[in-house]
Design a protein around this ligand. Structure first.
Ligand SMILES: [Zn+2]
Length: 570
């Protein structure tokens, strides 16, 4: 075996031998996982044998490896699906060379919180994600997922997908399959059936269990029900991801419930899209993050994610009491016809509005406060009347020449929900130093989109589906300098990979899988806005998934090298 002069000159014989062995294995497609990272730590240049041609070299870029360490000048060589060398590779021959001069070369972004399972079979290229640099989507969040994981993975493979995709199994979907959409506890037989479905999903490659306890059918479940199901994922090394039961005035109780579920089931906890959605308690992330820190200090494995925007997104029906939706929309409309029940629904809506859209100190009998409060809710999707899309409740009331009062806002909400109005955007605390900044700066917060894939130009999705990752890089890193570039990239790569238990993705090292992004740190930008969401991000130059180019020089290649990713099980 030939060794390069550089290796001989700088390393001890035994390390030189190990690197040479690994390079041979890597170039020939072997898989000596774990060994190389150790050797790689000293950063000598690691050139493959001069005679072995690699498939691709990314030359001249600044390498940010995902660990949070400072960027450094290094070339990256790829053969097959893996990285085979890093460093000064000017003498290495390659079938193809990409000039990365002036660009950042880093691991592909791992989106821990996607809902793309809903659209990926129709929009397999996931261009909105690829153009943000995302190479792996973790889907099945907020309790909603395909329940037959084996069949879903088979469908993904049949015609291929652009990015990789991992899946959590959703409690809400399992519950709905077994019990329907009803507000009732499961019978012992129903619970057994749900447990069996969760177990099967894990056997078929799911990475964990997700819930949304905020809305039905997940909200109909007790803590005990979730613990009983979460125990099923422990033998598989899965984790529990949760859209918590409350993200507003009762969020501290909801954090406790999440921790309790993790503790009783003996599994890690991941808090999804962490935010404060009630204006009356903006700032409460000081306490939620302190609680998470305390749990971690006690040895608990707790992580979180966030999308980087000053407004959230949800169903308009989040603003009615969830019991009123039991049995579905027809049942809701029937309840509205009964004056006494309608009165109870209205009382519940007003209570939610008071907590969620009025800031501390704002009063519902102050017209200016109410106009500001009702402006926090903006209609995103209204299939029955598209002219409403993009408008706030205040705007709609004014257009109708109605007074802007809490009662009128309540009536309008109920009317819109009963007509089937879908999504809304509601504003969060985005002022500098507010909740969005605070959560982003927490060392355990991953960047994650909470987005999905769509037909380009159709509907009015939250802009995070097009711009989540690029917005962090442009707005929070370049413009506001809230995070260093290295830290931001770590939150998009190594940190989510750790949560998933992946050792060969989320960092750039020899023998890691070649999921890689090349982007221009000076120009990378999110373009999508709340009013014009269907705009691709710019500044991402090249994206490799499993060693193959999906985006090349800013153009989609049409390749679909993405794979379903099941947890590694030893
Ligand atoms: Zn959610």
């Amino acid at each position: 075996m030939r060794e390069t002069p550089v290796l001989r000159a700088t390393l001890t014989p035994s390390v030189t031998y190990r690197i040479a062995l690994l390079l041979t294995m890597a170039v020939s497609g072997g898989s000596p996982r774990g060994l190389l990272e150790e050797c790689h730590a000293g950063q000598p240049s690691q050139a493959p044998q001069a005679t072995a041609k690699v498939d691709l070299i990314l030359r001249g870029g600044t390498l940010i490896d995902g660990s949070g360490q400072k960027g450094r000048r290094a070339d990256v060589a790829i053969k097959g699906s893996r990285i085979v060398a890093l460093g000064d590779l000017r003498n290495t021959k390659a079938k193809r060379v990409i000039d990365a001069t002036g660009k950042i070369v880093c691991p592909g972004f791992i989106d821990l919180h996607s809902h793309a399972d809903r659209g990926i079979l129709s929009y397999r290229d996931a261009e909105n994600y690829i153009r943000q640099g995302v190479t792996t989507l973790v889907c099945g969040n907020c309790g909603s997922s395909p329940t037959d994981v084996a069949a879903f993975f088979k469908d993904l493979r049949s015609e291929g997908i652009g990015p990789n995709l991992a899946l959590l199994v959703g409690h809400g979907s399992i519950r709905q399959q077994v019990m329907g959409r009803i507000n009732a506890p499961p019978s012992p037989e129903q619970l057994l059936k749900m447990q069996q479905l969760v177990r099967q999903a894990m056997k078929d490659g799911a990475s964990g269990l997700s819930t949304s306890l905020r809305y039905g059918p997940g909200s109909y479940a007790t803590t005990e029900e979730i613990v009983a199901l979460a125990r099923e994922i422990k033998p598989f090394g899965g984790f529990y991801a949760t859209h918590m039961r409350d993200e507003g005035t009762r969020i501290l109780e909801a954090v406790e419930e999440s921790l309790q579920i993790g503790q009783q089931a003996g599994i890690p906890v991941h808090i999804s899209h962490h935010k404060i959605s009630s204006a009356s308690v903006f700032g409460l992330t000081r306490l939620t993050l302190a609680r998470i820190d305390k749990a971690r200090a006690a040895g608990r494995d707790v992580t979180l994610d966030q999308y980087p925007y000053g407004a959230g997104s949800g169903g308009m029906d989040l603003y009615v009491p969830q019991w009123s939706l039991s049995g579905g929309m027809d049942a809701f409309r029937e309840r509205l016809k009964q004056p006494k029940v309608r009165g109870q629904i209205e009382a519940g809506v007003k209570d939610l509005l008071l907590r969620k859209i009025y800031e501390a100190g704002q009063r519902s009998d102050n017209p200016a406060h109410t106009a500001a409060a009702l402006s926090r809710i903006r209609v995103a999707r209204a299939t029955h009347d598209e002219s409403l899309e993009g408008k706030t409740l205040t705007q709609i009331l004014r257009e109708r020449k109605q007074s802007v009062t809490l009662q009128k806002g309540c009536d309008l909400l109920i009317e819109l929900i009963s007509k089937g109005t879908g999504g809304i955007n509601h504003t969060l605390e985005e002022r500098p130093g507010g909740d969005v900044d605070r959560v982003m700066q927490h060392p355990q917060t991953c960047v994650a989109s909470d987005g999905s894939v769509f037909q380009f130009g159709t509907g009015n999705p939250h802009p995070r589906s097009y711009g989540c990752f690029t917005r962090v890089l442009s707005h929070y890193v370049r413009q506001r300098q809230l995070l260093s570039l290295e830290t931001a990239i770590q939150k998009m790569t190594q940190l989510p990979a750790k949560r998933m238990g992946w050792t060969d993705r989320g960092h750039l090292a020899v023998n890691a899988i070649a999921d890689i992004v090349v982007f221009d740190p000076k120009t990378v930008t999110d373009k999508a806005t709340f009013l014009k969401p269907h705009q691709y991000s710019t500044g991402i130059q090249d994206v490799l998934v499993n060693g193959r180019l999906v985006l090349q020089a800013g153009k989609m290649t049409g390749q679909r090298p993405g794979q379903p990713v099941a947890p590694a099980r030893d």
